[in-house]
Design a protein around this ligand. Structure first.
Ligand code: COA
Length: 151
């Protein structure tokens, strides 16, 4: 059975492992640690039969919920885990007064683009040279996506 709960400090090592095989550049332990200190940070870790397999982190900024990072371990993808994470974060943000959900996405991340389109997000803009991937001297543009709440 899949369960979701907010991140806790002792999740940090596994979160960095999940992110290291998912996002480029990945978050380090300090990045995750800082999130646990913010009151505007909403998070969920997904646990499948006792095993942490994914997570999502969102900030509530006034009436917007901004998705910062989301990842699911490769072996557990295409099972709607991330869909559950985003829907639950969206529901929580809406209860706190958010009217829309927004995010930035690497413009070459076709899988994530499909994932967010499937949830009802649209591309609403672009940020030039937003990402600096590890080991590359070329920055990558970000797409801005947004969706009205409720999802
Ligand atoms: C993007 C990501 C979080 C999606 O997680 P997931 O749990 O596999 O996604 P879901 O199973 O909820 O997918 C829901 C829908 O999104 C779309 N989708 C997801 N993965 C897809 C893929 N590889 N190819 C095409 N469409 C895809 C499909 O429409 C899918 O529905 P379907 O399986 O019924 O066709 C996951 O692929 C991942 O961790 N990627 C690396 C990290 C990343 O890119 N994060 C986002 C940037 S912030």
């Amino acid at each position: 059975m899949l369960t979701l709960r907010p991140l806790q400090r002792n999740d940090i090592p596994i979160l960095t492992q999940i992110d290291a095989v998912s996002n480029d550049p990945p978050w380090n332990e300090d990045n995750f640690s800082r999130e646990l200190n913010w009151t505007h940070s909403l998070s969920r870790i997904a646990i499948w039969e006792g095993v942490p397999i994914g997570f999502g982190i969102t900030w509530k900024v006034c009436e917007e919920a901004q998705i910062l990072e989301i990842a699911v371990l490769p072996d557990y993808r295409r099972k709607k885990v991330a869909t559950h994470i985003v829907r639950e974060l969206a529901m929580t943000a809406e209860k706190l007064g958010c009217k829309k959900m927004v995010l930035e996405l690497r413009c070459d991340n076709r899988v994530a683009l499909k994932f967010y389109e499937n949830l009802g997000f649209n591309v609403v803009g672009k940020r030039k040279n937003f990402y600096a991937p590890k080991g590359s001297n070329q920055n990558i543009d970000a797409l801005l996506m947004a969706c009205a709440l409720p999802l």
